[in-house]
Structures are given as C-alpha cells and as structure tokens.
Design a protein around this ligand. Structure first.
Ligand code: TXA
Ligand code: MG
Length: 349
C-alpha cells in the first residue's frame, strides 16, 4: 500500500486535507494523526472491520482494546450505557485533554473495537487538528498509539513513518507531540475511579474533581503484582532493541555503578548508551549519552523519553542504562513507561 504523507499545522489547519483524511476513515481506511499525547492510528470506531485493520497494521493482539476519540461531549451518550456523575466532573476539568475514561459500552460499539470487553475507553484530545479530523471522520475514531506493537509510542511523524509507511493510507504530520506520554486512563465502571495507566493528569489532579481515586496496583509493580486491568499494560511495551537496565540510588553511587558496567561492555566490544539528565550527562563514558532534560523539569523529561528510546535503536546501541526518577506526580507515568521499557530490570545501589 502507498502511504500518503501530508502536513497539517494545528494553528492553521488545512481543512481540505482534513476532509480527505476523514473520507478515508469513513470508507474504512486508516489515517495516523497527531494528538497532544502521542500520534494515534485512526480508524472508524463503529466499524469492526476498521478496528481489525488497526490490529493488523500494528501487529497488535486483538484482545487489547482501542480508545475511541471524540470531538465534543455531545458525542459521548451514543457510545456509552450511562455517564456517571464523576465523568462530568472529570470532563469539566480535563477534556479536551490527556485523559481517557472507561465506561460501559453501548450496543453500537463493536466488540472488535473493545477487544471483546463490555466496556469502552473514550478520550477527547485537545489537539485541534485531531478534533477536526474526528469530526470529518463521522465523530468516532478508534486510535491506539501509531507504533508497531512493542515499540516506543511515536511523538513525531518520522517515528510513525518508520513503523507504518506502506501499512496505512495516510500519515498527517503535525509536528512534535506536546506531552510525549500517552493519556491517563481512569476506570469509572467500578465502585470508585481507578487509574489503570498513569499519565500527565496525575492522581492529585483527578482528586481536584472527584474523591477516592485509587491506583491499579500493577502500575509500578513487576509481573508478580498480578494482571493489570488495562489489557495493554500486560504486554512488554516501549522497548528499545537493546537491553535496558534502570539504576536506582544516590547520584554518585548510581553513576559509579553505571560507569563500571559501561567499562565491561566496552571491553567486550559492545555499544553502550546512558539515559541521563542535564545535571549528570557529563559523568558517563558511553558511546551515546542522552539527557532527558533537567531533573526537576518532569514535563521535558516526559516529552523526550520515547524519542530517546528510538534514537538508541537507530544508533544500534546494545546495552542501555537509565537513571531512575522520583515516581510522584508526572514522575509516576515516567517511571511506569521506563520500567516497562526495561522489562522491570532494576539495579538498586
Ligand atoms: O494518549 C493516548 O491515549 C493515545 C493517543 C493516540 O490518544 N492512545 C493510546 O492508545 O495510548 P493505546 O491503544 O496505545 O493504549 C490504550 C490502552 C491500552 O493499554 C488498552 O489496554 C487500554 O487503553 N484500554 C482500552 N480500552 C480499555 C477498556 N475498555 N478497559 C480497560 N483498558 C482499556
Ligand atoms: Mg500504545
């Protein structure tokens, strides 16, 4: 398949391109598009065959449900059985934005889209090009992150091109994603709200709208912590091709530990990389040392993580060591993604 690559600026949206992209989705095709979190791979959410195509293009197991993207609150009632009070409160504060909510699904939502579940995940992105596309496509766009299954989520169109060129109809290049980590997922189908995947909207932020927000215990735990409620969280994710190990501990001790390992790899003729911060990058002797940003600047760290994991692949790095981050606030999402990328390989110093 020939993939058309087009550019759309969020501040000056070319509505002709958006209209064409919407027609592709309505006709059952697939279009990758920018959102404020990561790029999405969009298809018609109410067409089971389109969802089937999404799974095939990503190489994703079909028991891993998709998020339905909507452009306005008025689209929500059609696809859910009921809207709990908490959903209005959360939507009031965080929609449009990087928050996904889980509801009981209405009959019109095909089981292909929900991976066989009776519930459905819904998000209203803040990116204006994304919302324009969703409207042009009929209002309901199923979109997982636009990466091949297992690879880091795409934060730039070039990442989508790497993974999806030749597999989908169109890629809309809208520049670099603002946030760089996927949305926070909150389940509203149980007794109280439960965070199934941490993201930019933190537990503290959710509690500004609703009380008693719980966190699924598997979010930072390893395999021993049980089966996660968001089916996608059980798969190895975001993984670079090289081996990735996180080193926890005081800065000096952690750096000494990383450097001694780097030396052993060098002597074995292996290519090495380090995920560091502005404060520590100069401490390491590796083939490739990458800073995520200043340690105190969580937003910048979040924005660069997936991009850096992909760069190590390009540079054919075999062994990567990462510093550890404080798992509070947005740090919880950063550590969740880093631990998954590392397959939970952690050295404590
Ligand atoms: O920021 C995002 O959410 C991005 C952009 C494109 O919007 N999308 C995204 O989709 O990250 P995806 O498919 O890569 O991740 C969706 C996650 C998976 O872990 C999936 O298992 C979970 O959401 N999920 C979807 N529907 C669910 C449901 N009904 N119940 C529990 N988890 C669900
Ligand atoms: Mg994904």
């Amino acid at each position: 398949m020939k993939t058309r690559i087009v550019q759309v600026e969020e501040k000056n949206i070319d509505m002709e391109i958006i209209r064409e992209a919407g027609e592709i989705i309505k006709a059952g095709g697939l279009v990758a598009f920018p959102t404020e979190t990561v790029y999405g791979l969009g298809g018609d959410a109410l067409n089971g065959a389109s969802s089937g195509k999404i799974y095939a293009a990503k190489g994703r197991p079909s028991d891993n449900p998709l998020i339905i993207h909507i452009a306005g609150m008025e689209y929500l009632p059609r696809i859910v059985k009921r809207i709990p009070e908490e959903a209005y409160k959360l939507a009031g504060l965080y929609w449009p934005g990087p928050l996904t909510m889980i509801f009981e699904k209405a009959d019109c939502v095909p089981l292909e889209t929900t991976g066989g579940l009776a519930t459905v995940a819904v998000r209203m992105p803040s990116n204006k090009a994304a919302r324009a596309l969703i409207e042009a496509a009929g209002g309901y766009v199923a979109a997982p992150s636009a990466n091949l299954s297992g690879r880091p989520s795409p934060t730039m169109a070039k990442h989508v091109i790497e993974d999806m060129d030749g597999r989908i109809d169109m890629i809309i290049d809208g520049g670099e994603a603002d946030i760089g980590l996927e949305s926070t997922i909150v389940d509203l189908t149980g007794d109280g709200p439960v965070i199934l995947r941490p993201g930019y909207v933190t537990r503290e932020m959710l509690e500004d709208a609703v009380s008693g927000v719980a966190v699924d215990g598997t979010i930072l735990g390893g395999d021993a912590a049980g089966a996660p409620k968001a089916p996608g969280m059980k798969y190895r994710h975001y993984a670079p091709r090289g081996s990735l190990v996180i080193v926890e501990g005081m800065q000096e001790k952690a750096a000494a530990c990383i450097n001694s390992r780097l030396k052993a790899h060098r002597q074995a003729g292996e290519r090495t990389g380090v995920i560091a911060t502005d404060e520590t990058a100069a401490l390491y002797q590796a083939d490739s040392v990458k800073s995520l940003g200043r340690r105190s600047d969580e937003e910048t760290i979040a924005k660069h993580l997936f991009q850096i994991l992909r760069e190590f692949d390009e540079e054919e790095i075999q062994f990567i060591y990462a510093e550890s981050f404080d798992a509070r606030g947005v740090g919880q999402a950063i550590m969740n993604r880093l631990l998954k990328a590392a397959g939970h390989q952690v050295i404590r110093q």
